[in-house]
Design a protein around this ligand. Structure first.
Ligand SMILES: [Zn+2]
Length: 338
């Protein structure tokens, strides 16, 4: 009888024990598999675009928000989603978007390296007229039509993620990667815009196909009194007599075909100054008096230095890669991982 009780006890015990041991075994195996994955990471899979890239000291960026004066710290590529999507139309060619991502990353790294305390304790600001534009993901998505929202955001993140770590260098150093909207067919050197020199990679380069974009052509008309008031605001001695044939006369062009010096009445102005005074899209313009108005016919959009964004899209449409585009606009550069 005692033996029967012992057998029953053992059967009941094993009914509990076997599943417990079985479960433990599985847990043990699973734990091991998970650990093995962590320990033996394939170095090649780490290189794939969706894996994290080790940016070392360039991993995060301190972004100064111009409107709120707040400083926000962001991972660099997350920051770049906001830059690329603010700076370039998402329906541009993917190779143009990739070029823009690399240009924006290079500009950002250059800013981190060279920041002279321009934005207090931040590296860069979100103003396109100062540093480069930036927009939150929420604002960006809201400004796109609902049916293209997901596709457009994916195009932006793909352009940034697939170029992770890549920047433009000249003699091993990150370049000052200026860019603008439309060069009007030829880019400008910094000397003619800001007076600075020492950027051998920023030359006059010609690009075909930019005239197909709405940014290429623009016009502004001013009355004689509007023109007079605007110039007088910065040159109080200004006088002009439109009965004279040479009341407005272009004196000199830059090598890129922009206005270097133009005479309005008794003052000589640079093309860049005229652009600022009248809010022209570029310094590549002509001025004509038609009846009682002055008509400015303008070609291109922006300062004209470095990469033209519409030029990048035009080049991509002609079959060029992001590397071709970058090496077209920045002379003698390399694309390297930082
Ligand atoms: Zn800034």
């Amino acid at each position: 009888m005692k033996k029967v009780i012992i057998y029953i006890f053992l059967i009941v015990l094993s009914a509990f024990l076997i599943p417990i041991l079985f479960t433990m075994q599985f847990d043990f195996i699973n734990t091991n598999v998970a650990n093995a994955d962590n320990v033996e990471l394939n170095p090649e899979t780490q290189e794939t675009p969706n894996e994290e890239y080790n940016y070392k000291e360039y991993g995060t960026i301190k972004l100064f928000h111009e409107k709120t004066s707040e400083v926000e710290e962001l991972p660099i590529d997350q920051y770049l989603y906001g830059v690329v999507s603010a700076e370039m139309p998402a329906d541009f060619e993917i190779e143009a978007l990739m070029a823009q991502a690399i240009v924006a990353r290079t500009y950002t790294v250059y800013k981190i390296k060279t920041n002279g305390g321009k934005h207090q304790n931040a590296d860069i600001c979100d103003s396109s007229s100062c540093c480069q534009a930036w927009i939150t993901k929420e604002d960006r998505l809201n400004r796109w039509d609902e049916e293209v929202r997901e596709e457009y955001w994916n195009r932006i993140t793909n352009a940034v993620d697939s170029t992770k770590g890549k920047i433009i260098t000249y003699e091993g150093e990150p370049i000052n990667a200026f860019f603008h909207s439309n060069s009007g067919g030829s880019t400008e050197i910094p000397l003619n815009v800001w007076g600075g020199s020492g950027y051998p990679y920023l030359q006059v380069v010609e690009t075909s196909g930019e005239d197909a974009y709405t940014q290429y052509n623009s016009e502004i008309e001013l009355t004689v009194s509007e023109l007079t008031a605007k110039i007088k605001a910065v040159h109080s001695e200004f006088e002009i007599d439109f009965s004279k044939e040479d009341a407005i006369q272009i004196l000199e062009y830059t090598d890129s075909g922009r206005i270097k010096t133009i005479k309005f009445g008794n003052v000589n102005l640079s093309g860049v100054e005229v652009r600022n005074i009248f809010g022209l899209r570029s310094a590549k313009f002509s001025a004509q008096k038609i009846e009682d108005k002055i008509k400015f016919t303008v070609i291109g959009y922006g300062h004209g230095v470095g990469m033209s964004q519409t030029g990048a899209d035009a080049l991509a449409k002609q079959g060029n890669s992001f590397e071709d585009i970058i090496k077209h606009f920045y002379v003698g550069v390399e694309i390297e991982n930082i």
